[in-house]
Ligand binder design. Structure first.
Ligand SMILES: *[C@@H]1O[C@H](CO)[C@@H](O)[C@H](O)[C@H]1NC(C)=O
Ligand SMILES: *[C@@H]1O[C@H](CO)[C@@H](O)[C@H](O)[C@H]1NC(C)=O
Ligand SMILES: *[C@@H]1O[C@H](CO)[C@@H](O)[C@H](O)[C@H]1NC(C)=O
Ligand SMILES: *[C@@H]1O[C@H](CO)[C@@H](O)[C@H](O)[C@H]1NC(C)=O
Ligand SMILES: *[C@@H]1O[C@H](CO)[C@@H](O)[C@H](O)[C@H]1NC(C)=O
Ligand SMILES: *[C@@H]1O[C@H](CO)[C@@H](O)[C@H](O)[C@H]1NC(C)=O
Ligand SMILES: *[C@@H]1O[C@H](CO)[C@@H](O)[C@H](O)[C@H]1NC(C)=O
Length: 653
């Protein structure tokens, strides 16, 4: 009795192991995988095999009877084998098949009607073979096919109507072939199609209306072709399109409104095209757009509204356009979610001070490897969350001292690879670098290129008193052209310096500074133009940098403890200049020459001077007259005394 029980227990295991051939792996679910040097489908496979995969075998031919005796098999594949031929009736014995995968073989051609019996076929993969053509009747009868992959073959041409029967096709991969053109209407019955891949072919042109019958298309990949032109409205029927790739083609531009009516688009690539210009009516409403890449083009600028309809973008890569020199000020106007912006390896020389002002959520900015000579002092005013700025490998000689002051969250700045000019102008930013050594991550490589005495000195090692600012003072010029105004800039943060200072130009010497105790409110001078001058590095020919000669420095207390670091720029402009300090700034309020106040004040001044002189003269005259009167009086008194004395003496006793 025990032995019978054992036999029952063991027998099923024995039967199963004997029905799985030695080169195969069979499991309970009906999955069979065979490998090795088999040359045909092994005999004796489990009768209930539902999925058979032959991988890396020596099979070269699929015979008419290879698939017989497997009535339950639904999925069949031969991959990475040397299959070169298929018998025209190879699938006649297995009409129940749902999948046929013949990928990675050596097929050069297929019998024209080889799949005609596979009326239920759902999935057909012929990719990675050497197919040169597809018969017009190759897919005839495959009414249930949803997935067709013929990628990575050598197909040069699609016969008209080749996909005519495939009314349920959802996925069609034609990528990596040698197609030079798309036959007109070749896709016109594919109304269920969701993915169409035609990347890596040799397409040169696209027919107008080529995609008009694909209302369900979500993905269209056309990258890596030689498309030089696209017809107008080519994509307008694709209301469900989410991904469109046009990168690596020969496009020099797009017709107007090319990307209109694509409200579902999340990814668009047009990079690696020799684009020369983009029309300012290009991008329609794209509220879902998430990825947009634009690099390796010949663009010199882009339209200001290029990204205006892509309000959802979080990452934007507009870089490696080695001719892109100009960015419109409003280019990033409408990207409230943008977090990472890469503008590196372009040819940008200038940025408008409002360029980034609307990017309130920007975290990382890459501006490295451009031609920037300077940045506006308030360039980062709208980016409080900016953590990382890369400015390496530009032409920066100097930066405004306050340029990073609005970016509170800054943790990571790179500044190396720039020809820093360690003259007077750089003191403020050098000071900032010194104080933020942990933020400037490449501080040791942020070195001077000029003057020669400072060559390769790190900016952070330069101290205030090392800057040679004496030569900046050009006295003869300053005196000769003193009909101008001052621009005073400072970053000196000593609270003591916030008192009003009167700056007085004395032609023969240079500049003398006196402090007066009362504070001046710049804002109260409403009749005067009030301006805040920010440190600019542009050196207009009429501007001269002045500094205070050491022997002329007043010896007030704070001058002993802290050197004076202001500089003046004299330019054409108003004659009357007043300044006031507030939190490290110098506010200037000036009276410009074209106003009548000048004349009025001048007249007043002269009048007061004249009055003063007259008063002094009057006082002196008064003194003189008083003196005379006193002398007279004294003389009279002396006479009188004398008379009295003589009278007393002459009086009879
Ligand atoms: C296939 O047959 C074997 C033995 O005949 C059995 O153990 C297995 O469960 C069957 N598999 C399926 C999917 O029916
Ligand atoms: C199978 O193919 C491999 C390499 O392609 C070869 O080395 C081997 O000899 C072949 N085996 C048979 C039985 O043909
Ligand atoms: C095609 O697929 C549909 C649904 O998927 C199914 O009802 C129909 O029987 C299939 N046709 C054939 C010939 O297998
Ligand atoms: C945004 O899309 C709408 C709708 O397609 C279009 O009318 C408008 O001109 C686009 N805006 C810009 C700035 O391109
Ligand atoms: C684009 O630029 C490349 C190199 O920068 C140049 O070879 C090519 O001719 C340019 N294409 C056009 C259309 O200007
Ligand atoms: C600074 O930023 C660069 C570029 O984003 C990054 O590679 C680097 O790791 C960052 N360094 C630190 C210390 O955050
Ligand atoms: C002052 O500037 C003029 C013109 O730039 C220059 O020729 C002259 O040498 C300068 N003088 C001094 C003392 O630097």
């Amino acid at each position: 009795m025990w032995s019978i029980f054992l036999v029952f227990l063991v027998q099923p295991l024995c039967i199963q192991s004997t029905t799985c051939p030695s080169s195969c792996n069979c499991n309970q679910m009906g999955d069979v995988t065979c490998k090795g040097s088999i040359t045909d489908v092994p005999i004796g496979l489990p009768a209930n095999t539902s999925r058979l995969q032959l991988v890396a075998t020596n099979m070269t031919v699929l015979n008419s009877q290879s698939l017989a005796m497997l009535p339950l098999m639904l999925r069949f594949s031969i991959k990475h084998s040397a299959l070169v031929a298929i018998h025209p009736n190879a699938f006649q014995v297995a009409p129940q098949l749902l999948s046929v995968k013949l990928s990675f073989n050596a097929l050069h051609s297929l019998p024209p009607r080889v799949f005609r019996h596979l009326v239920s076929l759902d999935q057909l993969h012929l990719d990675n073979n050497h197919l040169e053509s597809i018969s017009p009747v190759q897919f005839e009868g495959l009414a249930n096919l949803t997935e067709l992959d013929v990628s990575n073959n050598a197909i040069t041409h699609l016969a008209p109507g080749v996909f005519r029967s495939l009314r349920r096709l959802v996925f069609l991969n034609l990528g990596r072939n040698f197609l030079q053109q798309l036959t007109p209407n070749v896709f016109h019955s594919l109304r269920q199609l969701e993915s169409l891949m035609v990347f890596n072919n040799r397409l040169q042109a696209l027919e107008p209306g080529a995609f008009d019958d694909l209302p369900n298309l979500c993905q269209l990949t056309l990258h890596n072709n030689q498309i030089a032109r696209i017809p107008p409205k080519l994509f307008w029927a694709l209301r469900k399109l989410q991904v469109l790739t046009l990168s690596s083609n020969k496009l020099q531009g797009f017709p107007e409104k090319s990307f209109y009516h694509l409200p579902k688009l999340t990814k668009l690539t047009i990079y690696k095209n020799p684009l020369l210009s983009l029309t300012d009516k290009l991008m329609g409403h794209m509220p879902m757009m998430e990825e947009f890449y634009l690099f390796a083009t010949n663009l010199t600028t882009v339209p200001g509204n290029l990204f205006a309809n892509m309000s959802r973008i979080e990452r934007l890569y507009l870089h490696f356009n080695n001719k892109l020199a100009e960015l419109p000020p409003d280019l990033f106007c409408c990207l409230p979610k943008l977090q990472r912006l890469s503008l590196k390896y372009n040819d940008i020389q200038d940025v408008h001070h409002d360029l980034f002002s609307k990017l309130a959520n920007m975290i990382a900015l890459f501006l490295n490897d451009n031609q920037l000579c300077n940045l506006p002092g308030d360039i980062f005013k709208g980016n409080p969350g900016l953590k990382s700025i890369d400015l390496r490998n530009n032409q920066l000689k100097v930066l405004p001292g306050e340029v990073f002051s609005a970016a509170w969250a800054l943790r990571n700045v790179s500044l190396s690879g720039n020809p820093w000019d360690c003259g007077c102008d750089i003191r403020d930013i050098a000071h900032w670098i010194r104080r933020n050594e942990d933020v400037v991550i490449d501080g040791a490589d942020v070195t001077c290129s000029n003057p020669p005495t400072f060559l390769r000195r790190p900016l952070k090692s330069l101290h205030h008193n090392e800057f040679d600012c004496d030569h900046a003072m050009n006295v003869s010029q300053a005196t000769a052209s003193f009909t101008g105004s001052f621009h005073v800039s400072t970053t000196t943060e000593s609270p003591a310096l916030r008192e009003t200072q009167t700056v007085e130009i004395i032609p023969t010497t240079s500049v003398r500074v006196a402090t007066s105790p009362q504070k001046t409110e710049a804002s109260s001078k409403d009749r005067f133009t009030t301006r805040v001058f920010r440190h600019t590095s542009t050196d207009p020919p009429t501007a001269y940098i002045l500094d205070f000669p050491k022997d002329e420095q007043p010896s007030g207390d704070y001058f002993l403890s802290q050197p004076f670091h202001d500089w003046l720029v004299i330019e054409n402009g108003p004659e009357f200049v007043h300044n006031n300090r507030l939190t490290g700034w110098v506010y200037l309020w000036t009276l410009s020459t074209n106003q009548t106040y000048t004349g009025f004040l001048m007249a007043l001044h002269i009048l007061l001077l004249a009055a003063g002189v007259a008063l002094i003269l009057a006082a002196m005259y008064g003194m003189y007259r008083l003196n005379q009167a006193m002398d007279d009086l004294r003389a009279k008194l002396t006479n009188r005394k004398h008379n009295i004395t003589s009278k007393k003496a002459n009086r009879p006793r």
